[in-house]
Design a protein around this ligand. Sequence first.
Ligand code: COA
Length: 373
Amino acid sequence: MLQPAITGSGVFTPEQVITNDELVVAFNAYVDRYNAENADEIASGKIEAKAHSSSNFITSASGIEQRHVIDKDGILDPKTMHPLFAPRADDAPSLMAEMGVKACQQALDMAGKTASDVDTVLCAASNHERAYPAIAIEIQELLGIQGFGFDMNVACSSATFGIQAAADMIKSGSINSALVVNPEICSAHLEWRDRDCHFIFGDVATAVLLERADQAAGPYFAVKSTRCATAFSNNIRNNNGFLRRSHEQMEDRRDMQFMQNGRKVFKEVLPMVSRHIADHMADEDVQATDLKRLWLHQANKTMNDFIGKKVLGRTPEPHEQPNILQDYANTSSAGSIIAFAKYSKDMKDGDTGLICSFGAGYSVGSVILQKVG
Ligand code: COA
C-alpha cells in the first residue's frame, strides 16, 4: 500500500476583523431599534423584548475575541446585520473558489509543487454557495489542474473526512495527489441578530496538499491513520437546502440559517469525541505520551480544554494544544487546519500529532500524523 502524506498547507485570512466590542455595539443598537419599533407589542406581552449581548459573556462562554469576515460593513450595520456580497456574473470566479485558490496556492508553494503535480481537488466545506457545478471543479479550472474534483460536506468535520477520502485514494493508487480545500463563508449562514449565537463564526479558507510520500519534495507529515464516525442529530442544523419553502417560511430567514442547541452539543459531542480519539489511538498503539501536538476543531475553548485534558490525561501546555479560536472564532471545517498550518512547522522528525474535528451530523474525524524530515 502506498503511503499518503501532507506536504503543504495554506490559510487565506480575510483582511476585515470584527472585535467582540464592535460586534456587541452593533448588536445592541439593533436590539434597541427592535425594542423601540415593537414597543406596543412588547408592552402588551405579545412579543418579548430582546436583551443586550455582552463582550464579557462572549469571551468567557466561548474563548472568542474577534473574527475575520469578508464583509464587515453589512454585518455591523444595525439595519442590515448580515454580510453584503456584490452579485457575480456566472463567468466570474465564485467567492468560495477565489478564497479556496488562495489557500491552495500557499499549500502548493509550501510543498514545492505546481498545479501540474495535482490529480484531484476535494472542496470539503460546511456550506457551498451553489449546488453545481462543484466549487472543486471551478478551483481545478482556476488553478489549471488536470484530473477531477468534487465537493463534499460533513459540516465542521469536512476537512478530516476529506483528508481520509484523499489519503485512501492515494493508498490505493487511484491518484498520486490531492488538494483538500475548505473555503468557509460562515458569516453568510449565521443569524447575526440572534444573541445566543451571533458571536460564533468567522470566514476563512484552508487547504492541504496530500501526496504519495515518495513524491514529496521536502519534509512532510505521513498520514499514519484516519478515522471517521457519524451519529445523526438535529442539534446543529442548517435548513438552507434546495427545496422550495412556503412564502411564509421564506420571509423568516431564521429557519434557513445555522441553528444549534449549544448546551446539548456540549453534553453529547464531548464524550463522543473523547471516546473516538481514545479508541483511535489505542487501535494504532499511540500512547498519550507519544503525542506532541493536538490540532483540534475550534468551536469553543472550554470544549477544547476538556478534550485536550482527556486525551493527554493532564492539562495540555498551550503549545501542545494550540488554539486559534480567539483570533478566528469558529470557522467550521477550517478550524483544526488553521491550527495545524500555523502550529506544525516546529515539529521534528518522528514527532506524532493528531488532527481532530467534530460538529454537526454529529460527526467526528481524526487523523494521526508523523513528521518525516
Ligand atoms: N450575551 C450575554 N448573555 C448571553 C448571551 C450573550 N450573547 N447569550 C446567552 N446569554 C445568556 C443566556 O441568556 C443565559 O442566561 P440565563 O442563565 O440567565 O438563562 C446564559 O447566558 C447562558 O446561555 P447559554 O446559551 O446556555 O450559554 P452557554 O454557556 O451554553 O454558551 C455557547 C453558549 C454557544 C458558547 C456554547 O453552548 C457552545 O459553544 N456550545 C457548543 C458549540 C458548538 O460546538 N457548536 C458546534 C457548531 S459547529
